[in-house]
Design a protein around this ligand. Structure first.
Ligand SMILES: Nc1nc2c(ncn2[C@@H]2O[C@H](COP(=O)(O)OP(=O)(O)OP(=O)(O)O)[C@@H](O)[C@H]2O)c(=O)[nH]1
Length: 172
């Protein structure tokens, strides 16, 4: 790697990390940084189970920014790195965000009008003429989420649900 770096005039050295290796990436990234001057990082395999927490270690070790994530095996499975969804996924905040959305919607009055203004809600959730039913559905989702522990809300793993909750019908 040092020889390649010395023999060529590189505009940018990119450290490519596999998100599935987790925190072990720190040592790898540090060794990389000690040999060549890393300018950017790419996180791969974000389509798998890993949330990419190791990226934080890689960024600290290389003192570089993440520029892209890879989300598949094909050539074009690249996405520009976007900090908000990344951190949200890392913290498992998807369900919390949805819960807050529901709470705000219910506060905002006639739900049909409100939902029609919002992006991200499908017509199945709010069919025309069935607003009351849909409002009840949202309240049911919220009741389900109220019955979940913080750990369950934070996790994207459905297996973490307690079996007794499934039997009680608390979980859809
Ligand atoms: N699902 C998925 N597969 C990926 C991604 N990036 C790379 N791969 C696959 O992972 C495998 C290894 O990729 P390589 O590019 O050979 O990575 P490498 O670091 O040189 O691999 P090693 O030589 O095994 O260390 C290949 O089959 C890739 O297609 C990704 O973002 N998602």
């Amino acid at each position: 790697m040092c020889q390649v770096s010395e023999a060529t005039k590189l505009d940018l050295v990119i450290f490519v990390m596999d998100s599935s290796i987790g925190q072990a990436v720190f040592d790898q990234a540090q060794a990389f940084k000690q040999s060549v001057s890393v300018g950017a990082t790419i996180i791969t395999k974000m389509d798998g189970h890993a949330k990419g927490g190791g990226a934080l270690s890689a960024v600290v070790a290389t003192k570089s920014s993440v520029i892209f994530i890879r989300t598949g095996e094909h050539m074009d499975d690249f996405e520009i790195f976007n900090i908000k969804p990344f951190v949200s996924q890392l913290l498992g905040m998807g369900d919390w965000i949805m819960y807050e959305k529901f709470q705000n919607i219910l506060k905002m009055g006639p739900i049909g009008q409100v939902l029609s203004m919002l992006l991200g809600f499908s017509s199945e959730l709010m069919p025309k003429g069935r607003e009351k039913e849909s409002q009840a559905k949202i309240k049911r989702y919220m009741a389900m989420m109220d019955s979940m522990t913080n750990e369950e809300l934070d996790s994207s793993n459905p297996k973490i649900m307690d079996d007794s909750q499934r039997c009680n019908g608390n979980v859809g």
